[in-house]
Design a binder for this molecule. Structure first.
Ligand SMILES: CC(C)(COP(=O)(O)OP(=O)(O)OC[C@H]1O[C@@H](n2cnc3c(N)ncnc32)[C@H](O)[C@@H]1OP(=O)(O)O)[C@@H](O)C(=O)NCCC(=O)NCCS
Length: 341
C-alpha cells in the first residue's frame, strides 16, 4: 500500500513529534520550536476547537504532512457560522507535487465548516487554493506609523513627520474614557452581541474567545484596552510589543467597537499610540474594515507593506458577504497572523 491517507483528527504524540521535525525542515528550526510551544493552545484549547479540526496525512503509517485548522465562530452576513482559519499546511518533499496537497486541503476543508479562510499564505499554498477555486479576496491592508523620529532621522522620515503633523486627528469624544484592563468579563459578550450585526464578517469576539486568544496565548503579552461611555463598555483594543529588535515594533492586534463608532475607535487608537510613544519606533496594524482603516489614517497611519493575502471558501452559507469586503472586520489578531514565528 503506497497511498497517502488523510485523517480528520489530532495527531498522536509520535505523529506530532514527526510533524514537528517536518515543520522544522520546511519552515526552520526556530519557527518549529515556537509552533510546538503554542500547539496545544492553538489547536486543542480554543473555544470553538473540536478534535476533528485537523488533517493528518500519513504514508505507510508514518505522518508525512498536515493541514491544521484554527476553528472560530464567525459572524457571516446575518448569522453565526462555523468557520476555520487554515494554517500550517505542509507535506514531506517526497510526496509533494503530485496532487497530495489538493487532497489534503480538500479533506480538511470538508470537515463540516461553513466557511474556511486562509490568510498570510505561501506561494505553494496559493497555487493549491487557486486550483481548488477558493475566492481571492486580495489582501488585508497593512498600515504603519512611526512614533519616535529621533531614531530614524532621514529625509523620508522627515517627510512622514511633516505629513503626520498635517494629519487631522478625529474629533475627540470627551465622554469616551479609555483604560487598560486585565479583566475580560461578561460585558464583552454583551458588546459582541450589540455590535456583530454591523459587520458582514467578523470572528466572534466574546469574552471566552478574547481570553483564549490574547491572555492564554503562550509567548506573548497583550495589553487589553477598554473604552467606556459612563459605565457602559463601548469598545476595546488589543496591543502588544514584538520581541526587541533593531526597530521596536508595536502591534495593534484589534480595535473593536460598533461599526459606526468612529469616536470610540479614535480614542482607543490615540491611547494605544500614546502608550507606544516611548516603547516602540513603529506601530503596525492590519485592517480590512473601511471604518477602522479610516480611523487609522486619521491617527497618522499610512499604507505599508507587506500585506497579507486572503482567500476564502464558502461551503454551506450564502455568499453575500463576498460583495462587501469593506465591512469585514479582520485584523492582525485574527487567525495566527501575529503569533511568534
Ligand atoms: C503547500 C503544499 C502542501 C502543497 O502540496 P503539493 O503536493 O505540492 O500540491 P499539489 O501537488 O496538490 O499541487 C496543487 C497544484 O499546484 C501546482 N503546484 C504545486 N507546487 C507548484 C510549484 N512549485 N510550481 C508550480 N505549480 C505548483 C500543481 O501542479 C497542482 O496543480 P494542478 O492541479 O494543475 O496539477 C506543499 O507544496 C508544501 O508542503 N509546501 C511547503 C510548505 C508551504 O508552503 N505550506 C503552505 C503554508 S501556508
Amino acid at each position: 500500500m503506497n497511498e497517502v491517507r488523510y485523517d480528520l483528527r489530532l495527531p498522536t504524540t509520535s505523529e506530532l513529534a514527526e510533524l514537528t521535525r517536518l515543520y522544522a525542515s520546511t519552515f526552520g528550526e526556530q519557527a518549529a520550536t515556537q509552533w510546538r510551544a503554542r500547539w496545544e493552545w492553538q489547536f486543542a484549547r480554543g473555544p470553538a476547537a473540536d478534535r476533528s479540526d485537523y488533517c493528518v496525512a500519513s504514508l505507510n503509517g508514518a505522518a508525512v504532512g498536515q493541514y491544521a485548522l484554527m476553528p472560530v465562530t464567525l459572524w457571516w452576513s446575518d448569522r453565526e457560522a462555523r468557520a476555520a482559519f487554515g494554517t500550517d499546511a505542509f507535506l514531506a518533499p517526497t510526496v509533494r507535487g503530485r496532487g497530495a496537497g489538493k487532497q489534503l486541503y480538500d479533506t480538511a476543508n470538508h470537515a463540516g465548516f461553513d466557511v474556511c479562510l486562509g490568510a498570510g499564505i505561501t506561494i505553494d499554498s496559493l497555487r493549491v487554493l487557486q486550483r481548488l477555486e477558493w475566492t481571492d479576496m486580495k489582501t488585508i491592508p497593512m498600515l504603519a506609523r512611526r512614533t519616535s523620529w529621533r531614531r530614524h532621522l532621514s529625509l523620508a522620515g522627515l517627510r512622514q513627520l511633516v505629513s503626520r503633523s498635517r494629519t487631522k486627528p478625529g474629533a475627540r469624544d470627551v465622554d469616551v474614557h479609555i483604560a487598560k484592563t486585565s479583566t475580560i468579563g461578561t460585558e464583552f459578550d454583551e458588546l459582541w452581541r450589540a455590535c456583530r450585526s454591523g459587520f458582514a464578517l467578523c470572528v466572534r469576539r466574546d469574552a471566552a474567545y478574547l481570553r483564549w486568544r490574547y491572555q492564554d496565548v503562550p509567548g506573548k503579552a497583550h495589553t487589553v484596552w477598554e473604552a467606556r461611555r459612563g459605565a457602559r463598555l463601548v469598545g476595546f483594543a488589543i496591543s502588544c510589543l514584538e520581541p526587541p529588535g533593531v526597530v521596536r515594533v508595536g502591534v495593534i492586534d484589534d480595535v473593536f467597537t460598533e461599526h459606526t463608532d468612529d469616536r470610540a475607535r479614535d480614542a482607543l487608537l490615540a491611547a494605544v499610540l500614546q502608550d507606544f510613544r516611548s516603547r516602540a519606533d513603529l506601530v503596525i496594524a492590519g485592517a480590512l474594515h473601511d471604518g477602522l482603516r479610516a480611523s487609522l489614517k486619521r491617527n497618522g497611519f499610512t499604507n505599508w507593506r507587506p500585506e497579507y493575502r486572503l482567500f476564502v471558501k464558502v461551503h454551506s452559507v450564502n455568499k453575500r458577504p463576498l460583495e462587501s469586503v469593506g465591512r469585514w472586520h479582520i485584523t492582525l489578531g485574527d487567525g495566527d497572523l501575529d503569533v511568534p514565528r
